[in-house]
Design a protein around this ligand. Structure first.
Ligand SMILES: [Zn+2]
Length: 217
């Protein structure tokens, strides 16, 4: 199954709601920009989603799993890949980070026995929301915040289950409180209302000093 259009951004995560939780606003923001550019096909591509057959709490960095992800990358040909940060409490998160990175490398090899042409994403960035580390940049999701929140309400039961004895607590208020606190914090660091944090391993490159965003004083 090959698709003619390249995906702008592909987010790879360990669990179903991880994308909504760590970089949902960023994906919505990219979608909005694509819409502004009137590239209808791109909008559809931004909503592509798939769950790989890798069981919960058993994400392992194996050849088979690397190939499963490599297959998706050859199919979707993303320019940017978002991975979970490479440290964390849940082993699935940090394992997915390494697994995703190695799959991105693998997929560029022409000798790889997979359908489709070799492809390597131009950029890999790491979603750091689950881990307390200073991000290298944040994405402004002020415009997308409410929509991102709505996408999370779909996972209400998961939130409630995580909190022992929280059955009486209104799940939505709890979700909103948590998500808003984090988004406000990262937004505040960059002088916007809401933002999502990311880390890149590469150095930043600047063309024009007068155009660097986020004021110092
Ligand atoms: Zn997770």
């Amino acid at each position: 199954m090959t698709t003619p259009l390249a995906l702008d951004i592909l987010a790879i995560a360990a669990h179903r709601d991880d994308v909504e939780q760590t970089c949902g606003g960023t994906l919505l923001s990219a979608e909005d920009r694509a819409r502004e550019a009137a590239a209808a096909a791109k909008i559809l591509k931004a909503s592509w989603r798939s769950a790989l057959d890798i069981p919960d709490a058993r994400v392992e960095n194996t050849w088979e799993n690397r190939l499963k992800i490599a297959h998706v990358i050859r199919d979707q040909r993303p320019k940017v890949v978002i991975l979970p940060y490479w440290q964390g409490r849940h082993p699935d998160h940090y394992t997915t980070s390494i697994l995703g990175y190695e799959a991105c490398f693998l997929v560029g090899l022409s000798k790889l026995d997979l359908p489709g042409a070799p492809h390597r994403p131009f950029k890999i960035v790491y979603a750091t929301l689950y881990y307390d580390i200073r991000p290298t940049f944040v994405v402004d999701i002020t415009e997308q915040f409410e929509q991102r929140l709505n996408s999370l309400y779909a996972y209400e039961s998961q939130f409630t289950d995580q909190e022992a004895g929280s059955k009486d607590f209104p799940a939505r208020a709890e979700i909103r409180g948590r998500i808003e606190a984090m988004a406000r914090f990262y937004g505040m660091l960059a002088g916007v209302k809401y933002a999502e944090p990311f880390l890149q391993k590469e150095i930043g490159l600047v063309d024009d000093l007068t155009l660097i965003p986020v004021k110092s004083l």
